[in-house]
Design a protein around this ligand. Structure first.
Ligand code: BGC
Length: 751
């Protein structure tokens, strides 16, 4: 127990403080957290309660529109703040906590931060990681982020983002796990497990915050912050399951979202927060608003002023107000006026205090800012090794004509060309953490990675060629001359790292500037050209996709980008990633996703006269489909066997299939299981991913894997939004992508 501040004048305060002391001294042994919370709640004034529901950003890097406020320390002392976000580093968190310890009840502050894909060690952007389909690796990445962040004083990360999205115009697809509900749910759970480790309260864990609740990824036109209009069935079937999976994995908190859902802003949406999350799902943690989203309900037009916004949000179940400052100043009066019941405020405060107790902050408010632990955690070589592993697992090989990859280590001269070759910070992608005192040398650039890989055996030439944006072609000639001197050309092009991310919707998804033109010039030299595309979302690059012999989609890979890319280019790692999001042929093809309905006029090919809701000027297929990705070895699929041809509602079917590595490189294959319910009371998608396995095979090796089909995998939401399985025939498909189905069989579900 810390010392009390000496300024206790009134007897009442003295009595109250003695009570807190007493509670704190006896509590650990004798009282449950619920009892400790209740005792504390009884001591709190209404203003102090409202204070706990209030979160501001620190004065440094902001992640939204800032309200200038010189008075924050004073407000903390007065118990008017429950949490601060964007407080970076152990020292800074400690200094804020010291101020909180001068408040009357000495309730510790909660420090939140967007630790989205790493803290000091930057891992690949989440969408890239999702393409690894490697749940263990993703859990490890989140674990390491938690170890580093928690040592730097962070208690709480605003991650994972689990919004399903079928629209790459939306810049925030980079933060999620792509378009698929099943894969997204598995990844959501893995990330929560990683962040929270052995549990909230461990000093190496950070509390997860699942966001954005809900349906934010379906914003109309892919425009950020935009409206969402969708059926309840679609909401339950496609958009909610990853949230539920994260909740089941133990996620401590949720964040609501900027969008409205069917006309009601998510921040004031009691159907989402009260009925579903805290009702049906029995969520016992707390909900934080998105940045300013409580106040933004005024712009939405659902409330008239800040007080009305506070009323709407708190009644709907939004416990904490991030930066909109609507709760502070209005909520207490709403309670005294009888507009908001005290019980509603008490419930919100109770939820927040419970997390603070679970985190152990009442026993030691500084337990997460330990300089020794911080220094160690931020300089741990194993973290870089894990980041390298995660990064190479995230690189998708889109094309490899004539097996020009992997590049032979004996290659004499290699030209490494493009605006991203020597770029440093770009490799971090959006939502990196800018730590004070940590410079960007921590990143292995693509140039450094390659140099390190080839050592003195080859000569590495460089030309920039052009910038990411703009139409300056003056570097083309030098780039072409450089390419001509080389045996192999590697070209690194793409988006700027901050072209994808929050508020980064794009209507044009082409590779910016004159980069594709540069690629075409290099291809004219006749040299083998390997193209690396760095981006935060699926881009459209048909001309390049047709012309370039080899393409690696590298996304943004983080601290170890250079090493990971070099590992893949030279075959020290055989690429195994598969797209977690469909790549369209043009922006006009969006939204595009693999699990569409057949419709009444299904197209069988591009020349059908009456197309399935397709375009007369475009193939019916996307450029690259969900689940697609090549490796250096082909894998063959054979011998699909179902244990029985029909199953009852309580039964199961085992589907086994043999996978063989038919190439000369050891590698991993993501074996994907899709199901189709052929006839349903609600029409069912052409296929839905229901399971997958990532297996490693040596050259020539075969493995038989078995999937179990049960009722759960065959269920869906019916017309009344009830989770049901209907008897009938199903098609089971096993393949290397959603389009490349290698084996299929039918079976029946009986009553
Ligand atoms: C984003 C959230 C983020 C928050 C805090 C908002 O603008 O939408 O995802 O957690 O800022 O940085």
């Amino acid at each position: 127990m810390q010392q009390f501040v000496p300024l206790m004048r009134s007897t009442t305060i003295r009595i109250l403080c003695s009570l807190v002391l007493l509670i704190s001294l006896t509590d650990a042994q004798t009282m449950t957290i619920a009892q400790r919370v209740d005792s504390l709640l009884r001591l709190m004034t209404l203003d102090e309660k409202v204070g706990q529901l209030n979160q501001y950003t620190d004065d440094g890097v902001a992640t939204g529109p800032v309200t200038l406020d010189k008075d924050k320390p004073q407000q903390v002392k007065q118990g008017k703040l429950g949490s601060i976000l964007n407080v970076l580093g152990g020292e800074r968190t400690r200094s804020w906590q010291k101020i909180a310890m001068q408040s009357r009840l000495r309730i510790p502050l909660l420090f939140g931060q967007d630790v989205v894909h790493g803290y000091k060690t930057t891992f690949p952007i989440p969408l890239a990681e999702a393409c690894s389909w490697d749940l263990e690796a993703m859990e490890r990445a989140a674990r390491i982020a938690a170890v580093e962040a928690s040592a730097g004083g962070v208690h709480w990360t605003f991650a994972p983002m689990v919004d399903i999205s079928r629209d790459p115009r939306w810049g925030r697809v980079m933060e999620g796990a792509g378009e698929d509900t099943y894969l997204g749910s598995q990844i959501a759970a893995a990330r929560v497990r990683g962040f929270q480790g052995k549990g909230i309260g461990q000093t190496d864990a950070v509390m997860a915050c699942v966001k954005h609740f809900a349906a934010y990824g379906a914003a109309v036109g892919g425009r950020d912050y935009n409206s969402v209009d969708m059926s309840d069935r679609m909401l339950w079937e496609t958009y909610l399951p990853p949230f539920k999976a994260a909740l089941d994995a133990g996620a401590g908190t949720f964040m609501n979202s900027f969008n409205d859902l069917n006309g009601i802003p998510a921040t004031g949406n009691s159907y989402l927060m009260r009925d579903i999350l805290k009702g049906k799902w029995n969520f016992s943690g707390f909900v934080v608003s998105d940045w300013g989203s409580v106040g933004e309900m005024i712009n939405h037009g659902s409330v008239k002023d800040p007080a009305d916004a506070a009323r709407s949000a708190i009644l709907a179940g939004c416990d904490m107000d991030m930066e909109s400052r609507c709760y502070t100043g209005t909520l207490a009066k709403l309670v005294t006026d009888g507009v908001v019941p005290m019980a509603v405020v008490d419930d919100a405060v109770r939820r927040i205090l419970t997390k603070k107790f679970e985190l152990g902050l009442f026993d030691d408010p500084y337990r997460f800012c330990d300089p020794k632990r911080e220094a160690k955690a931020l300089n741990e070589p194993a973290h870089a090794a894990a980041a390298r592993d995660m990064a190479r697992k995230s690189i998708v090989l889109l094309k490899n004509e004539k097996n020009i990859l992997p590049i032979s280590k004996g290659t004499k001269t290699i030209a490494f060309i493009g605006p991203l070759v020597k770029a440093v910070k770009q490799n971090k992608g959006f939502w990196d953490v800018e730590l004070p005192g940590v410079d960007s040398n921590f990143i292995v650039t693509q140039w450094e990675g390659l140099q390190e890989k080839i050592g003195k055996h080859s000569t590495l030439l460089y030309a920039k060629g052009c910038e990411i944006e703009g139409n300056d072609r003056s570097g083309f000639a030098e780039a072409v001359e450089t390419a001509k001197k080389a045996d192999v050309v590697i070209l690194s092009i793409g988006e700027r790292r901050d072209m994808s991310g929050e508020a980064k919707s794009r209507s044009d998804l082409s590779i910016p500037g004159v980069q594709v033109e540069l690629a075409m010039e290099l291809l004219k030299t006749g040299k083998p050209v390997v193209v690396l595309i760095n981006a935060g979302r699926p881009l459209v690059f048909n001309e390049l996709a047709d012309a370039a012999p080899a393409i690696l989609y590298t996304w943004w890979l983080g601290s170890e980008a250079g090493n990971a890319i070099a590992d893949v280019l030279f075959g020290d790692y055989n690429p195994s990633a598969k797209l977690a999001m469909t790549f369209p042929r043009s922006v006009g093809q969006i939204p595009i996703y693999y699990n569409y309905y057949n419709t009444g006029r299904p197209a069988t090919g591009d020349n059908d006269r009456f197309y399935r809701s397709a375009y007369i000027d475009l193939s019916i297929h996307p450029r690259y489909e969900f689940g697609y990705g090549l490796g250096y070895s082909p894998f063959t699929y054979s011998g699909l066997k179902l244990s029985v041809g029909s199953m009852s509602m309580t039964g199961t079917i085992q589907a086994s299939v043999t996978i063989t590595n038919a190439g000369k490189y050891a590698g991993e294959e993501v074996v994907q299981l899709y199901l189709r319910d052929l006839v349903g009371s609600i029409i069912r998608p052409m296929k839905e991913l229901k399971d997958f396995r990532k297996i490693a095979l040596a050259p020539g090796e075969s493995k038989t894997i078995t999937f179990t089909i049960d009722k759960e995998k065959l269920s869906f939401y019916d017309q009344h939004v009830q989770w049901v399985a209907e008897p009938g025939e199903f098609e089971l498909m096993i393949g290397a992508s959603s389009r490349d189905i290698r084996q299929k069989e039918r079976f029946t579900l009986t009553k």
